[in-house]
Ligand binder design. Structure first.
Ligand SMILES: [Zn+2]
Length: 93
């Protein structure tokens, strides 16, 4: 019997390791630019804890992690996505 090991990734804000499915993935896609939860390319992860996604330096950290500058349009989309997680019941992360 084999058990599938969860894919672990590090949150760029708190630097803690989480199961991939508890994280928001931001990818700098080769063709389509910055994408949320999809795309191929350099990726950064943020956990869904309020402390991390309300981090005032999160955009700077993201830009550093992705080695790119983020456009205002993306930041708007990102903030909407992030705020939607406020409704999630907090399961200890
Ligand atoms: Zn975090």
């Amino acid at each position: 019997m084999t058990t599938q090991a969860p894919i672990m990734r590090i949150c760029i804000s708190c630097r803690k390791t989480y199961d991939r499915k508890h994280l928001i993935k931001i990818t700098k896609d080769y063709k389509q630019g910055i994408m949320l939860q999809k795309g191929m390319g350099r990726s950064a992860y943020i956990c869904k804890s309020k402390k991390c996604f309300s981090d005032s330096k999160i955009i700077k950290k993201l830009q550093k992690a992705l080695k790119t500058s983020l456009e205002t349009e993306f930041i708007d989309i990102f903030e909407k996505e992030i705020t939607s997680y406020n409704d999630y019941p907090n399961k200890g992360i």
